[in-house]
Every structure is written in structure tokens, then in C-alpha cells.
Design a protein around this ligand. Sequence first.
Ligand code: HEC
Ligand code: HEC
Length: 309
Amino acid sequence: MPGNDRWIHRARRLAASVACVLPAAAAVAGTWDIVQPILEERCTGCHSGEDAPLGLSLEDHAGVMRGSENGPVVIPADPAASPLMQRLTGAAEPRMPLDGPPWLAPDQIAAISEWIAAGAEAPQADAPPAPRAAPAADPLADGVVVFGEVADIFRRRCIVCHSDNSRLGAPPEGLRLGTLADILAGGERIAVIPGNAPASEVFRRIEGLARPRMPLDGPPWLDAGQVALLRAWIDGGARDDDGRAAPIPAGGEVRLRGMLTGPNEIDGAAFEIDAGTRIDDRPSPGTPAEMRGRVAADGRLIADRFRAR
Ligand code: HEC
Ligand code: HEC
């Protein structure tokens, strides 16, 4: 039946032309529709919310164009002069994303550059709004804190210094805080003793018990909720994302500096003195003291040296 054939042919042509137009329109390089998912995937983990680094939120077009506390990061029609591009290529340091490598793929960097070159246009008015992340559930609610619930605190507030992309050239005290393995490995000393937050340097520094207080570029310091969450994570065994508690870093070196709050206790962190402990001018409670020692297999701290400071 020739009539029917004609219709089928037309329908096919129509389908082909639609198929041709739609994906092509969506795939044009260098539009906000291409840029936004890249930022979502690699940037907004840090650059969002109230504590976005340098106040730079990359969650939506308005935030990107608002820029940071230093000023605009996107200069329409001038990718080379745009701080955002300079961070992506490594022309300005630290290179972004800060937790790289991997850095963005060359075609992703090219797409962002093209978008800026074409004027860094806003999304079309009829574009569907970007999906909003659901408000995070209270991570303390179930009583078990896993690494994924504290990872963003380290990413947003610590790795700018404590990583190999560090502002400081090398991570201070050799302490990298980007991954769970690095955090548990510690630097020159053990920084997290699973099950014992008061004796863990990470907790002591964010609480302000040990000086200088961290993050070193604060204030702002971590807020009370973040400090409580990190404390619960460490006290709960510094669990990984599968809920497994971290092993005790037996034999690892520790150092506590602070106020003696009991005969063998600095800022609430208890330690033991044994026959091998060297004691110089035994400090009295309420005065500054230093303990250097190691972690026993059961997590207790054994002092090698104990002295007034
Ligand atoms: C792991 C956290 C993290 C991730 C992921 C991240 N950033 Fe950053 N970003 C930071 C921190 C921290 C700073 C501040 C660094 C400094 O003090 O120079 C920063 C600074 C910047 C700046 C400099 C702003 C200015 O005023 O100079 C730009 C631009 C930037 N980031 C863009 C990006 C882009 C684009 C991405 C994704 C491709 C990204 N960042 C991913 C943490 C992150
Ligand atoms: C602006 C840079 C910077 C930032 C951000 C920063 N630190 Fe530090 N951190 C340092 C420096 C520098 C030192 C060495 C200071 C000293 O003890 O003399 C240090 C030391 C430490 C130590 C002591 C290590 C040891 O072996 O004695 C810990 C623990 C620590 N930081 C944790 C953190 C945590 C946790 C964060 C994030 C909440 C953080 N830091 C953010 C710069 C920084």
C-alpha cells in the first residue's frame, strides 16, 4: 500500500529530524547546561553552603557569577583572565579541584572555557531548576558516625594546608588529612587514636586545647556541631564507610601539650607512667605540661617523657 508507505516514511523522517535536533542542542559545548553538572560533580562538595571556601558557592549560576570574597572568578568573554579557569589549569595555585588529581578532563576544561568565552550566559529561563540536595539527616541520630559523615569537614577546612596541594608547599608536620588512610596514618605523630578523642591531636586542635588551634586560618573555627561530630567519630572508633572501626595504632608516637588536669592527665586525656618514664620537674595539676609517649596495643597512652613546660 503506497499510501501507508508514504506515512511511514514521513514519520521516520520526522523522528530522525527530532532525534537530530534534540541531542545536538543539548550537547552544544560551552553552555551552562554542560558546565553545571561538572561543577556539581567536582566542586560543590566544598563550594556550597555557608562555609564554602572564600565564600565561593558554585551551586548555581548566580553563585558562580557572584564570585568569592576576593571578587569575581568568572570574567565574561575572557577565560584567560578568569580566576576560575586559572585554578582549573593550574595557572593559579592551589589547583582545583583541591582534592585532585584527578583534575578535570581536558574536554571539561575546554567546555568551561568556551562557556566563559561565549559570555558566561545564565541558564535559559525555561530550563528546569537544578535539583536541590535534600537537607542532610542528622549524622549523630543513629549513634554511629562513619567517615563519610565527617569527610567534608576535612575537605573544606583542613586539606588546603594538610595535603600535597598545600598552600604551605608540604603538609605541616607531615600530616595529610585528605583520605581516611592518611588521617589514620598521621604525620610525624599519630593524630587520631580510635576510641579516644581527648588524646587525639585532631580533636585537641579543633577544640582549642592544643595550640595553635586548627584550622590555622580560623576563626571561624569549626562550629560546635562539627566539633561534636568529629569527637563522636573518633570516640566511636574512627569508622570507615562500612562501619568498621579503625585498628589501634599500636606503637605510634604521641605528644600531648596542655594543662595538667589530674596527676596523669592532660586536658582530660589520661596516660600512664611506668618504670621507663623519664620525669623532669614533675608538673603539678593546673600547670602546663608535656607528655611524649606511645600508644599501647589496647589504646592506652604510655609516657616516655613527662615534664613541666
Ligand atoms: C576539597 C575541597 C575543594 C574542592 C573539591 C574544590 N575546591 Fe576550590 N577551593 C577550595 C579551597 C579550600 C579554596 C581556597 C584556597 C585558597 O585559599 O587559595 C578554594 C579556592 C577556589 C578558587 C579561588 C577563589 C578566589 O577567590 O581566588 C576557585 C576559583 C575555585 N576554588 C574553584 C573551584 C572549582 C571550579 C572546583 C571544581 C572543579 C573546585 N574549586 C573544587 C576547596 C575546594
Ligand atoms: C592554614 C593552614 C592550616 C589549616 C587550614 C589547618 N592546619 Fe593543621 N596545621 C597547620 C600548621 C602550620 C601546623 C603546625 C603547627 C604547629 O603545631 O606548630 C598544623 C598542625 C596540625 C596538627 C598537629 C600535628 C602534630 O603532629 O602535632 C593537627 C592535628 C592539625 N593541624 C589538624 C588540623 C585539622 C583537623 C584541620 C582542619 C579542621 C587543620 N589542621 C587545618 C596548618 C593548617
